[in-house]
Design a protein around this ligand. Structure first.
Ligand SMILES: [Zn+2]
Length: 214
């Protein structure tokens, strides 16, 4: 698989879906076979990137290949892969509505069936730390836990997936549901779903949805 090409396409998709602006955010993919991590370079416009600009990291975060400086958050991406062996794609986004909750440092509870299916547990906010710091990476990994996303305090969102397609689904569900939750909060008190119902829907989404009966 051409992982560098996948990163380039993900950069264009992230902008097209309004999941970030300008050069903010960063994207990585792990090759499950070699363990190498392909990541966006620091501070370059997504629509100007070519394959030579993508940096390849070893599993420990050291540079394996590449002429560019890797994303300032490469330590965060590396730490996620070290803690979550099933995860092979990470998107750090700066989307408007999800960021509102990170700014308020307010978690997003399971208030819709979509959230229950895509996440199965509350989306937490990582404690604040400066961008690119080891502390930010540690705080984010703690808030992420076994979930598919967390919010960074005063700084966008973090979404993961077993592959890039799932990662984008996670990011899109988070952002659309943050928008709905925000609007619901404006006019009333959203009802949080029962834990049992959330667990049922998450299990269905993971193990039964879209599968034919054998
Ligand atoms: Zn950021």
């Amino acid at each position: 698989m051409d992982f560098k090409q996948m990163i380039l396409e993900a950069g264009i998709e992230m902008q097209a879906k309004n999941l970030t602006i300008e050069t903010w955010g960063n994207i990585s993919i792990r090759d499950p076979e070699s363990g190498l991590i392909y990541i966006t370079p620091s501070g370059m416009p997504y629509d100007k990137l070519n394959e030579d600009d993508i940096v390849v990291l070893n599993p420990d975060g050291t540079i394996h290949e590449g002429k560019r400086t890797p994303s300032v958050e490469s330590g965060l991406h590396t730490l996620i892969y070290q803690n979550r062996t099933e995860i092979n794609a990470v998107l750090h986004t700066h989307p408007v509505d999800s960021s509102i909750f990170g700014m308020l440092r307010k978690p997003i509870p399971m208030v819709s069936d979509e959230l229950a299916q895509a996440f199965g547990e509350e989306i937490k906010v990582a404690d604040y730390a400066l961008p690119g710091s080891k502390e930010l990476a540690e705080n984010a990994v703690r808030a992420l836990g076994t979930n598919m996303a967390c919010l960074l305090a005063n700084h966008g969102a973090l979404c993961v997936g077993r592959n890039m397609q799932e990662c984008f689904k996670t990011a899109s569900v988070l952002e659309s549901q943050a928008r709905i939750y925000y609007k619901a909060l404006c006019i009333g008190t959203p009802v949080v779903l029962k834990e049992d119902d959330v667990a049922y829907m998450r299990d269905f989404a993971l193990n039964k949805y879209g599968k034919t009966n054998q």
